[in-house]
Design a protein around this ligand. Sequence first.
Ligand code: PGA
Length: 308
Amino acid sequence: MQNATLHQLKVFEAVARHNSFTRAAEELFLTQPTVSMQVKQLSKTVGMPLFEQVGKRLYLTEAGRELFTTCQDVFDRLSKFEIAIANIKGLKQGKLRLAVITTAKYVIPRILGAFCQRYPGIDISLTVTNHQYVLDGLASNENDLYIVSQPPEDMDVEIHPFMENPLVVLAPRNHPLVGQKQISLERIAEEPFIMREPGSGTRKAVQKLFDAHGLPLKVRLDLGSNEAIKQAIAGGMGISVLSKHTLALEGLTNQLTILDVEEFPIERYWYVVYPSGKQLSVIAKEFFQYLLSEGKAVAEATALQKLL
Ligand code: PGA
């Protein structure tokens, strides 16, 4: 067994526990051929088959049952070891990996700032990207915690709402619609529109609203950045819909304003999400609690909240 790897044992344990290659592959975010290959190599190392297929059912062989019990012992010992190490280190050091959608970048760094003052020894990795890429990272278990506006429906995840994330219609200050009340969606659909890129959650929400009313938008340009869109609005290229948080730092400048449009703001939330069953590190757990208990208060102290 010296040649067996811990990874192979993990894969085998998941297949044995679920009695299924498919379910094990899902749990471990692996493909089914990878799972089969790992189990095959492990059987070779053991020198005996570990599973047998009778009809459609999968059974552990006697060698498989022995190995399953051994794996449970090994993993139990390892998780006790991890807890012991975490306790020794406490929250003094370690790494926190976060992936957040672009609108959350206006708030999360401030919350991280306050959190890091409390735990100065920890390293942070913060990935800021659009909705689709955050979900891809979640599916491949790349980070500890994820912040999204639309939690995935096809993945087994823990979801906790964390803060409002309203979408508003932004226009240049000198736009003819400024000052009008309850502008209709039909009227908005006549304006040249600047849209976020495909894969963006903002784009999805905007499209959903206008599609529901059967109103095609006159998209003049797609841009992959909230900041670039703000510049394009100020430059007179059109109007757009963005999260109110994108105005966090500068507030409403003398160049941009929020239009009063029916059905707006689109009320949305940010959610903290992580795969169900994921063993969060001590630091990730602490940050998660911090986010839910104090994150909002930290964000409220920012310029943005005076706007909301
Ligand atoms: P996006 O997500 O960066 O993918 O547009 C933002 C949001 O959904 O708030």
